[in-house]
Design a protein around this ligand. Structure first.
Ligand SMILES: NC(=O)c1ccc[n+]([C@@H]2O[C@H](COP(=O)([O-])OP(=O)(O)OC[C@H]3O[C@@H](n4cnc5c(N)ncnc54)[C@H](O)[C@@H]3O)[C@@H](O)[C@H]2O)c1
Length: 360
């Protein structure tokens, strides 16, 4: 097992990578939390892993209630958060009672939000079961739900007390979901770690075969990078925005296709276009966008708008970016690579150049 620490003063916590679900109960024993636990999951994950977690928690003396949310992003809503509150109230949960999210990013975001807001905050544990949730959404404390007018528009920063990862869970994850998570792993390589980028290039077969050593390495490095960034800038006042590499164009893509595309796929396309913008802005040499595109392609991820059901115009994408949350003070911030392993957050880019890049 590898432990990665997220250092946030009295809100610090451990990410335990490589436990088994059977150990979940004992891994929570030392924490200052109550005995009552609500395990929030969906029918898909409950069938695969629910019982193992429930048994483990009970064996460690916890009282466990399960709450089931239907599978899918469309259930990451205030209505479903409300259904969690109702179940907790009916069962007399109090301020020390614990919420555990067992599942992907949808359940993690929803359950975290419910934990942040129920009785002004109750202890919260993440047990991520998708690659995306392991390397990204379970770490860092962004929780939230969608609003009909926008994704993740209602939310709170709320850190978990612990994150537990059983990498064996990835064996049942559909390949497409795994690859979508790989887009975020590639992101960490580009913005912060050239060695990770090389590792992803040289160990593709092992990673795709879910080799335990390879998985453990890339998940650990991703968590270390996210933990380091979040520890320095929890509320995204500055540095944390670096994690949005690929997300500016990515979010615009998701919006124009009405969220019919996986987030990781949209981010993959966004990373390619951001890297080209970096080159055209004079920040990096031509090899950076080429290498980014090649690596993304090698993981069977999309690299251009031709992967979309219809090709959006540059104007449409740029208008959408403008209303994105990241367009503070009128100009969109881009995260642009200076080289593989180093990126900057900048508003210094030219509209005409971006238009050309998006139209190419
Ligand atoms: N909070 C953050 O910082 C953050 C960061 C990135 C993304 N997100 C959010 O994460 C969400 C996407 O998360 P996701 O990609 O994990 O999607 P998801 O939670 O919808 O999971 C994808 C699918 O895989 C299934 N699944 C999960 N684990 C499985 C397993 N081990 N075996 C078989 N099937 C399994 C799920 O039931 C679901 O059908 C989005 O809502 C996004 O906004 C949040």
């Amino acid at each position: 097992m590898h432990v990665v620490k997220v250092s946030l003063g009295d809100r610090s916590y451990d990410i335990e990578i490589g436990i088994t679900l059977e150990q979940a109960g004992e891994r929570l024993k030392g924490l200052d939390i109550g005995k009552k636990i609500a395990l929030v999951t969906n029918p898909t994950i409950k069938k695969l892993y629910g019982q193992r977690v429930v048994d483990s928690l009970k064996a460690s003396g916890f009282l466990v209630m399960s709450i089931e949310i239907p599978d899918g992003e469309q259930h990451k809503t205030l209505d479903w958060a409300n259904s969690i509150y109702t179940a907790l109230l009916i069962n007399s949960f109090d301020r020390k009672s614990v919420l555990i999210a067992l599942g992907g990013g949808v359940l993690g975001d929803l359950t975290g939000f419910a934990a942040a807001t129920f009785m002004r905050g109750v202890p919260f544990i993440q047990i991520p079961t998708t690659l995306l949730a392991m390397v990204d959404s379970s770490v860092g404390g962004k929780t939230g739900v969608n609003h009909p007018m926008g994704k993740n528009m209602i939310g709170a920063f709320y850190q978990p007390k612990k994150v537990l990862m059983d990498l064996n869970a990835l064996k049942t994850l559909p390949k497409e979901e795994f690859l979508a998570g790989m887009a975020e792993v590639i992101k960490y390589g580009v913005i912060r770690d050239a060695d990770l980028f090389d590792y992803l290039d040289k160990n593709r077969e092992k990673i795709l075969a879910l080799d335990p050593g390879a998985l453990s390495h890339i998940i650990r490095r991703s968590c270390e990078i996210k933990a380091e960034v979040v520890s320095k800038d929890e509320y995204e006042g500055g540095l944390r925005a670096i994690l949005n590499f690929g997300h500016t164009v990515g979010h615009a893509v998701e919006t124009v296709v009405n969220y019919t595309m996986r987030h990781g796929h949209a981010v993959a396309i966004g990373m390619v276009y951001a890297s080209r913008l970096a080159f055209r802005t004079g920040l990096c040499d031509a090899s950076a966008p080429e290498r980014v595109e090649k690596l993304i392609k090698s993981y069977d991820l999309p690299v251009s708008f031709s992967a979309l059901s219809r090709k959006p115009s540059a104007t449409e994408l740029m208008d959408t970016m403008q209303i994105d949350k990241k367009a503070e003070d009128g100009k969109v911030k881009f995260v642009l690579p200076k080289k593989i392993g180093e990126a900057v957050i900048t508003r210094e880019w030219d509209e005409g150049v971006l238009r050309e890049v998006l139209e190419k």
